[in-house]
Design a protein around this ligand. Sequence first.
Ligand SMILES: Nc1ncnc2c1ncn2[C@@H]1O[C@H](COP(=O)(O)OP(=O)(O)O)[C@@H](O)[C@H]1O
Ligand SMILES: [Mg+2]
Length: 452
Amino acid sequence: MKNKLIQEITSTLRGRLSLWYLTSIGLIILLFLTAVSGLIWITLQDQIDHHVHIAVNEAKQVVENYWGEERDGLIKNLVSAKGMTVVVLSPDGSPILETNSPDVALVTEHQLQKLLTFSSLYDASPTHFTENNIRFAAMPAQVSAGKGIVAVGYSTQILYATLYRMLLVVAGIVFFVILPIAYVGYKLLNKQLKPLESITVQAKAITVSSLGKRITIASPTQELKTIQEALNTMLTQLEHIFTGERQFFSDAAHTLKTPLAVLRSQTENANLVQKVREDMLKTIDKANDTIQDLLFLSRINGTVRTVERVSLTDIMSDLIELASTLGEEKKLTISADIQKEVYVKTDKKLLQRALSNVVFNAISYNRQQGSINLTLKEKHHFITVIVKDTGIGISRHDLSQIFSRFYRGNHAEGGGSGLGLAISKAAVESLGGKISIFSSVNKGTTVSVTFS
Ligand SMILES: Nc1ncnc2c1ncn2[C@@H]1O[C@H](COP(=O)(O)OP(=O)(O)O)[C@@H](O)[C@H]1O
Ligand SMILES: [Mg+2]
């Protein structure tokens, strides 16, 4: 779950940049906080040391110059401040005086023993040490019995509490600052990445029939300009290739047309047996048809189209008639479900050609007494044409290449050129539609053409 989320975030550039941006801000703030708290910690400790330093000197003065109740009273005054404790030890280590402010526990045995280990304390300045969360300053002092020890302690618990409170406040502030920063950063990032989305949308919209289009971006950055230029250069090259290919097909077709025409008229007039002449003419006509198909295919994306309001219902009716006539030989049953008054703005000839090729196939690759069903439906401006047959079907292997030029499946009989579906696909797509084919061997084939 967690991994999936991280994967999702890091799979987009936006996610990665956001993550990087937030991590950097987080790290900077963390570093800043660490430095600040370190500084506060050092300053507070210095202050405590300073505080106990002064206090232990005062305590030493009191211990050396006053006795009895007066001394105890003065010492008590010293610990009136929060978190303070004062201990005076006799030379043999037994406590002479122990007092502390109410919020601090009595000095423990352990702390006293620790004091004793400092047997050679300096006279001039106090020795500092921390024991059980109490910061001590200890000095030698002249007590009645000889040279004893006086120590003043300050609870570091108070120090921790102060630091903790300060950090809590700072963390709270950081939290409320980082939220708007993250939000603003995300918005800015989105704005910067918008042109990338626009490039994708534009690039996706370019098809073979609109290779002349170029990608445009308003005020692009240097990087975006590079992408834009690269894509546009590629489009120009593609356009050249496609135009060249179209030109090649067109030239080849034109070059072949004339000798074929000559050959045809010579065959017609030649002194041949009737059957041979007919076969030869059939072959020549087939070659001619292929050349016509090639020319047609090469012109699909190259020519300016005449777009008009066309009744698809009428086109379908014509196709039913065509199927009925051509299907007589195989005794095909033709059924239809044609919605009335379906209109499209399109190139009528091109659309007719695209659909009739599909219907021709449904007849050619059907079996005796098979059937063909034609459907036309419009729903929410989504138009679907379906041509379904009960023919020989297409194998899975053939299906993957069925729209390729000159591709004819294994079962291909008859006189096709293998250009029919290639023309249908090119035509439908150049009219903004989609064509797909489903088939199962020995059961039949369904071709659907959709426009939205
Ligand atoms: N309705 C169909 N049923 C079975 N096979 C089909 C059907 N439509 C197309 N095919 C197969 O796809 C191949 C390519 O079709 P097409 O491009 O129209 O070329 P052609 O019909 O000239 O062979 C055909 O040769 C045939 O094998
Ligand atoms: Mg065909």
